[in-house]
Each structure stands twice: as C-alpha cells, then as structure tokens.
Ligand binder design. Structure first.
Ligand SMILES: Nc1ncnc2c1ncn2[C@@H]1O[C@H](COP(=O)(O)OP(=O)(O)OP(=O)(O)O)[C@@H](O)[C@H]1O
Length: 225
C-alpha cells in the first residue's frame, strides 16, 4: 500500500503539492502521467523516502515513513526498489557488481547474492553483459541493469521514473514486460511515464490504472487515453 495524506511539499518557497492525497492498494499497477514539471519525480521521491514533505503523512507498506528511525528507514528502503530517471552506475565496477551492490550494502553474503544475481541478469537479458562495465551498455541495457539492481532485494514496491525514456519501442515493450512480470509476482508498481502508447499497450495486458498530476492534484485518468 502507498498512501499520501494531505501532503505539502515544494522547493525553495514554491509549493508544488498543497494538501495532496492518494492511495494505491498493495499489488496494484499504476502509471503516473502529467506535464513536465507537474511533480512526478517529486511524488516518487516522497514514496522512496528521498524527500520528506513539509507536512502530511506518507505511508508505505503499512508504515508511516515519517516516523521511522534510521534502522526503520534502512529496512524500508530494502522493500522499495527504485529505477531513477537517469540511472547512475559505478563505472569502474562491472554490470554484475553494480546490480549486486544493494545486496552487498544490505549485508548479504556474496554467495547468497550471486545465486540470485545470475538468474536476475538472465531475466533482464543481460546474462552476456555481466562482466562489462556500465559505459559499454546501450541505453536500453542500462535501463534493464537499473531495473535488475532495483529488484535484487526482492522489494514489495517498485518505483520507476520514466524507465523507457530514450529507448526505442521494442526496448520499451521489453521493459514494460519486466514490470508486468514483477506485478504478477504481487509487487506494487508505480511507473512515471510520458508515453501514452506504453500505457495503452500495458492496459491490454495487465490491470493498471493511470494517475494524472496536474496543478498539484492527482486524479484518476480514464482509459480513453
Ligand atoms: N531539487 C529541486 N530544487 C528545486 N526545484 C526542483 C527540484 N526538483 C524539482 N524541482 C521543481 O519542481 C517541479 C516538479 O519537478 P519534478 O521533477 O517532480 O516534475 P516531473 O513531473 O517529474 O517532470 P518531468 O516530466 O520533466 O521529469 C519542477 O518545476 C522542478 O523544476
């Protein structure tokens, strides 16, 4: 479950959301749309606990994230996988090492992480690129590496910020397919995108809803996109 209740947030004295609320059930698949600058990334950053609202409440997986202590935040971060808009990697580490990094940071043994890693890289179609370095990857391969890294700890929630930005249509479909598979495993998906074709494509394959941000409000968009 992801719930924002009467959230106020902004930057440098400018309010972006002034008492915004929304509620997404566990296991749901939502797209987040809206004009550039509407606050899609900001909303995702509140859910991923990278940004604290100045007031209001953010609840994720039945926890009020504003009340978590440091350990609680660390624990919760493992349950939320994030694919950022411009995914950064550590360039001197291999693709496999980058994808494994969250598991290493979480204290998993190399053996435990590696058992899952090969399967995960195969799942995103990067089995052959495991030993390469991030600068050698194409845009679509980077996005898939970012998705693999986001889910290495088997999070319950996956947040994706324009995961198909700058990739061609075939690659977009491939990334969408991975998100749909994650949703079928019961994970809650929230995906910011400008790509209405992608949303249409998803709607024929998975039960998904569209949230539209506009003027600091979030509204459910109809299916007639
Ligand atoms: N760190 C920041 N400091 C100041 N202003 C910011 C910051 N991050 C975002 N903003 C501003 O807040 C507004 C919302 O930004 P946000 O990135 O959340 O929008 P978005 O809907 O994700 O946009 P896009 O579709 O272009 O990625 C924009 O006007 C942006 O300039």
């Amino acid at each position: 479950m992801i719930e924002l209740d009467d959230v106020v947030v902004g930057y440098g004295g400018r309010t972006l959301f002034d008492g915004m609320s929304m509620s997404l059930p566990q296991g749901s698949f939502h797209f987040l749309t809206g004009p550039s600058g509407a606050g899609k990334t900001t909303l995702l950053r509140m859910v991923s606990m990278e940004l604290r609202p100045s007031s209001g409440r953010v609840r994720v997986l039945d926890e009020d994230v504003g009340r978590l202590d440091r350990d609680g935040i660390a624990r919760m971060r493992r349950r939320i996988g994030v694919v950022h808009q411009d995914s950064r990697f550590i360039d001197h580490m291999t693709v496999a090492e980058n994808v494994r990094l969250p598991a290493t940071v979480a204290g998993q043994s190399e053996a435990t992480a590696d058992a899952h890693l090969a399967e995960l890289l195969g799942w995103v179609g990067l089995g052959d690129q495991a030993a390469q370095h991030p600068p050698e990857l194409s845009g679509g391969e980077r996005q898939r590496a970012a998705l693999a890294r986001a889910v290495i700890l088997s999070p319950d929630v996956v947040l994706a910020d324009e995961p198909t930005g700058n990739v061609d249509w075939d690659m977009s479909l491939r990334i969408l397919d991975l998100l749909i598979q994650l949703n079928r495993l019961g994970k809650t998906i929230l995906c910011a995108t400008h790509d209405l074709n992608l949303i249409r494509q998803a709607k024929s394959r998975v039960t998904s809803r569209v949230l539209r941000l506009k003027g600091g409000r979030v509204e459910q968009a109809g299916i007639d996109l």
